[in-house]
Ligand binder design. Structure first.
Ligand code: RTP
Ligand code: MG
Length: 139
């Protein structure tokens, strides 16, 4: 079996609302192994760098403000087909369009405050994991 890794953040809205445990339970129950895990808070510079790909988008300022307003829970996850399967598990960016049973359907409030992040490629999963974790923090 070929396993690979993805990176996720439980975003400030879901952490504030006390959904961390329920979301982690749903992730592990879906077959993902936790490789690394921590609660942390991004600075403005961190969020601007992490989401640099969106810097020309109209929602960029709002996104940086949101992602820095409180703690997040960051994790590296491992599973066969991790990136694609995790995107399926979290559901559409806009919770109004997210499928039944997905994390965003259950926990997201809006297209901006949508509870979780999931990497969109193997390459970005590696970049994003290294952004938040050192090699000594991944097991
Ligand atoms: P993510 O990167 O967080 O996993 O989300 P995604 O791939 O589903 O969506 P993406 O297009 O990468 O957008 C990144 C995050 O920016 C916020 N957003 N706000 N107000 C808006 O129209 C809008 N569009 C996107 C969301 O927090 C989204 O997850
Ligand atoms: Mg994205």
């Amino acid at each position: 079996m070929v396993t690979n890794r993805t990176f996720t953040m439980i975003k400030p809205d879901a952490v504030e609302d006390g959904h961390t445990g329920a979301i982690l339970e749903k992730i592990t129950a879906s077959g993902f192994r936790i490789v690394a895990l921590k609660k942390t808070q991004m600075t403005t510079a961190d969020a601007e760098e992490f989401y640099a790909i969106h810097k020309e988008r109209p929602f960029f300022g709002e996104l940086v403000e949101f992602m820095t307003r409180g703690p997040i829970v960051a994790a590296v996850l491992e599973k066969e087909n991790a990136v694609a399967d995790f995107r399926t598990l979290i559901g559409s960016t806009n919770p109004a369009e997210a499928a039944e049973g997905t994390i965003r359907k259950q926990f997201a409030k809006s297209v901006g405050e949508n509870a979780v992040h999931g990497s969109d490629s193997d390459e970005n999963a590696a970049i994003e994991s290294a952004f938040h974790f050192s090699g000594r923090e991944m097991f």
